[in-house]
Design a protein around this ligand. Structure first.
Ligand code: DC
Length: 222
């Protein structure tokens, strides 16, 4: 079974997906993390966004693994734990543009399909229900007001020790929204058949319960 959770930055996808994966025993695939790894490799090689073809050449040398260690989801890039590094300010700045490079999207979507093969997964991203798995059994589109999303991301950053002001976070999210909605392939939009869940004034627990019920209803239908 594939559960696709799409939506903009700060809509609550990450947290809700983790909760539901634990509750329902589904494998959690954070597709944003795969784009973050490409952005990190770009920085490590001292490439800029102008070096598109060099970034594309990096792809075959990028090995990404998600592992659960001591109850925590960790991301490994070529064997190195990059869980924290991929959330840095520097990566945040370029990741949306990196993920907008068409060959990067095609390659990553294929990698994500491979990672999910034969498994029961819950996948969060921007284009899971529209492009990566258009036939996903359950499709959810999470949304929230932009100020609310910026507040959440700012708080999350503080907890993780990422040094960014609220205004910087808000500006970053607005820019990312624009970029994510205007991608040539896999642009952020509501997928056919997706259920829209607005999380603005809901607690994460309420959102998780709502989606859990949708998934359970769907499972009963089969
Ligand atoms: O969800 P996130 O903030 O970790 O995602 C990082 C970036 O990757 C974000 O700018 C959108 C992009 N992304 C995407 O284009 N498609 C996905 N399936 C997941 C993320």
């Amino acid at each position: 079974m594939i559960v696709a959770i799409d939506g903009p930055a700060g809509s609550g996808k990450g947290t809700v997906t983790k909760i539901l994966a634990d509750r329902l025993g589904l494998i959690n695939l954070d597709t944003g993390a795969t784009y973050r790894c490409v952005a990190l490799m770009t920085l490590k090689n001292n490439y800029t966004l102008e070096d598109e073809s060099k970034i594309v050449d990096l792809l075959p040398n990028i090995d990404i693994e998600f592992k659960r260690e001591n109850g925590e989801e960790k991301v490994f890039l070529n064997g190195e734990d990059v869980t924290k590094e991929i959330r840095s300010k520097e990566v945040n700045k370029i990741v949306s543009q990196v993920s907008g490079i068409t060959p990067v999207r095609i390659y990553m979507a294929e990698l994500q399909r491979k990672m999910a093969k034969g498994k029961d997964v819950i996948m969060e991203g921007r284009d899971i229900g529209t492009y990566v798995f258009p036939n996903a059994e359950v499709k959810i589109y999470l949304d929230a007001d932009v100020e609310e999303r910026a507040k959440r991301r700012y708080k999350e950053n503080l907890e993780k020790g990422v040094d960014m002001s609220y205004e910087e976070v808000l500006d970053n999210i607005k820019k990312r929204d624009e970029n994510d909605k205007n991608k040539e392939i896999g642009a952020l939009k509501v997928a056919d058949g997706a259920i829209i869940v607005d999380t603005t004034s809901k607690t994460i627990e309420e959102v998780a319960n709502e989606i859990e019920n949708i998934i359970k209803l769907h499972s009963k239908k089969d």
